[in-house]
Write a protein that binds this ligand. Structure first.
Ligand code: SF4
Length: 729
């Protein structure tokens, strides 16, 4: 009986009249949940549910997945291409043939006038893998610009860079099953319940069964930190110091796995020398974690039978994100925690197909983790595509974060943005706005015509969204899963796959290179290209049919393997992708180059995700049931700090940095330290008007989470008016 009620009403699940369930994979985060979308008798998508026998989510989905079918009918979609001469003219509607002719002519015009690399392309982590492969063919094989990158530079570039430096190749070595085998878990700057709810559920279920200690390193008391056994509220940007101190204790007390170090690593001498100077007392003064806690955590981790580290943007979005990743790998290598059940370095990826772009888009190299810098890789791919290898550059070009400064200096004159929205996602957006206004030609290709960046474009190409298309995503644990089309593309929208293929026909090399007509055929090409001895990224045993039957397969999965199960872990034999086969231990001194709080700007500015929104809200901002949780840009502030400034809960304030300002609503909470404020990064004209985004020297990823701001009172009525205006986006 509930509160004395005798006649409880039974819970009724509304009958949505589903007559058909379509198999697909969630298009939001990198967890990679298998989803079924229900269609009613009229063919309308009316509901979504988790696929029960899928290994990743086992029938569960989070709040974003539950409402994902509403995407098909969401507001703001385009229909036909739009063009205009100047970005301040009105758009005119045109047909696809004319738009693609114009686009090809404009690209050639810019390249003829200013050189091949003067036209840049920035892609995304949202497309299907076959689309990434096809875009790579178009860019590397036909258009021929070297300034081609993905927006994954904003989220995963440091993980990629760190993996390459430590292990000689990209590719997360662990899997979700490691939660069910670990004896100790450290989560570095990762708030799983909000970022990756279903991975969180997998972790939590394993922890409840096996009671392993959960240690959370984060300056905020995040949702995950609230559930931690030990919370380390680290000073922003000092994770390299904390890791050096943990390794100092491990090596000083002889807790390392010397046999593993000797057999499978190189560089231990320099690492030992570096961490000697980071005793817990010295380190505590920099990273803000007391010496006893450092010793306790080091002993827990090193003495565990198997220990694993996961991380997300708290590590990656830093001026030394790549070093942070390398140092996590260092700690796992010296304790023998790579390639064994429960012992791993697992970067939790961001976008649904951030992995797919890393593997197959050719953004930073050539397909299948091949390098532009290696002549044999250039020859191999050029031969396969049927073009001259001299057409390829001999090293990678600019990263996304360097492309915008190159527009400022006149090096880049034209830009094509594919499913990315830098007017909201890039740091220091006032600078991005000016750069976009300078371009001779800007194309925005997106599923949404009202995406903020279309304000500055000369051409808009309306693309199909998520399960209006067919192809694959790869998730955080290297599992390739299938997106079957649930609906046809809306109106005259076209699949990105079709757009790339049709544009290629308008370039001379487009006649030489074969562009398959279907995603399944493109996948066959990728599977063929993935073959080879010693290659970790081997998908030669996969087909679309097998992926659907298995509800996703992890790579490597070679042809000829029985069953439908790929390898759950990499480097199980201790052989790495370096020239010597040994993993690199790399000594990392601490470089303190962040903008820090001072008298004028007394707070650290931190940013992150909330569960009901995704990225720049192009999708979630239009789903009523998601948007209503937090429709307004808000900022967490410590109540003691607010009291000193006379700032009240739920009032508007102006946040000011050396770059710009932003107006937000204040939410007072003890989750945030006295000297820090936190803003969800999803909102247009908000946190990135003030962020600095200094770049990591290895990965070129911006430090979104470390800069200095002050908080000022504002006129409440005017701030309210501004808020309503901005909610139009
Ligand atoms: S956890 Fe991620 S992949 Fe799974 S339903 Fe939610 S958003 Fe989709």
């Amino acid at each position: 009986m509930l509160f004395g009620r005798k006649d409880r009403k039974p819970i009724k699940i509304a009958d949505k009249g589903v007559v058909d369930w379509k198999y697909t994979t969630c298009g939001y985060c990198s967890t990679g949940c298998s989803i079924q979308v229900g269609l009613n008798a009229e063919g309308k998508a009316v509901t979504s549910r988790g696929t029960p026998n899928a290994d990743v989510n086992r029938g569960k989905i989070c709040i974003k997945g539950i409402f994902e079918h509403e995407i098909f009918d969401a507001e703001g979609r385009g229909d036909l291409p739009q063009v205009r001469d100047k970005f301040y003219d009105d758009y005119k509607t045109t047909d696809w043939d004319t738009a693609l002719d114009t686009m090809a002519d404009k690209i050639k015009e810019v390249q003829d006038k200013h050189g091949r690399d003067s036209f840049a392309i920035v892609s995304t982590g949202q497309l299907l893998t076959e689309e990434f492969y096809t875009l790579g063919k178009l860019v590397r094989g036909c258009i021929g610009t070297n300034n081609y990158d993905g927006n994954t530079t904003l989220c995963m570039a440091s993980a990629v860079s760190g993996y390459k430096r430590s292990f000689g190749s990209d590719g997360p070595p662990g899997c979700y099953d490691d939660f069910e085998n670990t004896d100790c878990l450290i989560a570095w700057g990762s708030n799983l319940p909000e970022q990756h709810p279903i991975i969180y559920w997998r972790m939590k279920e394993a922890q409840e069964k096996r009671k392993f200690p959960l240690i959370v390193v984060d300056p905020r008391v995040t949702m995950l930190a609230q559930f931690a056994d030990i919370h380390l509220p680290i000073s922003p940007g000092t994770d390299v110091v904390l890791l050096n101190a943990l390794m100092h204790v491990i090596l000083d007390e002889g807790l390392e796995d010397r046999d593993y170090i000797n057999a499978h690593t190189q560089g231990i001498e320099a690492l030992e020398e570096e961490v000697k100077s980071w005793d817990p007392v010295s380190a505590s003064k920099v990273c803000g974690i007391d010496e006893d806690t450092i010793r306790n955590v080091a002993r827990l981790y090193a003495k565990a039978g198997a220990a694993m580290s996961i991380w997300t943007m708290g590590i990656n979005q830093s001026t030394h994100g790549s070093d942070g990743v390398v140092n996590i790998n260092n700690m796992n290598l010296i304790t023998g925690n790579i390639g064994k059940p429960g012992g791993t370095s697992l970067s939790i990826t961001g976008q649904c197909n951030a992995m797919g772009t890393r593997e197959w888009s050719s953004c930073s190299g050539l397909p299948g983790y091949r390098y532009l810098e290696k002549p044999e890789d250039r020859e191999f791919i050029a031969d396969y595509w049927g073009i001259d290898s001299d057409f390829f550059p001999e090293k990678r070009g600019l990263a996304e974060t360097d492309i915008f400064p190159a527009i400022e200096t006149g090096q880049i004159k034209g830009l094509w943005l594919v499913a990315t929205n830098p007017m909201t996602s890039m740091p220091n957006t006032p600078r991005i706005r000016k750069a976009l206004e300078k371009l001779d030609f800007l194309v925005v290709q997106d599923a949404y015509a009202d995406v903020e960046t279309t304000q500055y474009a000369h051409m808009f190409l309306p693309a199909a969204v998520w399960a209006e298309k067919e192809g694959c995503f790869t998730n955080t644990e290297r599992r390739v899963n299938l997106v079957r089309p649930v609906m046809p593309p809306k109106g005259n929208n076209k699949a990105d796959f079709w757009i790339f293929k049709e544009l290629a026909k308008r370039f001379p090399n487009g006649e030489k290179i074969h562009f398959p007509d279907t995603a399944a055929e493109a996948f066959e090409e990728m599977a063929e290209l993935s073959k080879g001895d010693g290659r970790t990224l081997n998908i030669s045993g996969m087909t679309h049919e097998k992926l659907e039957e298995a509800r996703g397969i992890q790579w490597p999965f070679k042809e000829g393997v029985d069953g439908l199960k790929g390898e759950p872990r990499l480097y199980t034999d201790g052989v790495f992708q370096t020239a010597s086969g040994k993993a690199n231990l790399i000594a990392l001194p601490f470089v303190d180059n962040n903008e820090r709080p001072d008298e004028d700007y007394p707070y650290w500015l931190n940013s992150g995700r909330v569960v009901e929104h995704f990225h720049t809200r192009t999708k979630t901002g239009k789903i009523g049931n998601l948007n209503k949780y937090s429709p307004t840009p808000y900022m967490e502030m410590n109540p003691d700090a607010a009291r000193e400034q006379g700032i009240e809960h739920m009032s508007y304030v102006r946040l000011v940095s050396r770059r710009g300002d932003s107006v937000v609503m204040v939410q007072l909470t003890q989750r945030i330290p006295y000297d820090m404020v936190f803003i969800p990064f999803h909102f247009f004209d908000c946190v990135n008007r003030v962020s600095l985004g200094l770049l990591d020297p290895h990965s070129r990823q911006p430090a979104f989470k470390q800069c200095a701001v002050r908080v000022e009172k504002v006129d409440q009525a005017e701030a309210g008016r501004l808020n309503v205006e901005r909610r139009n986006f």
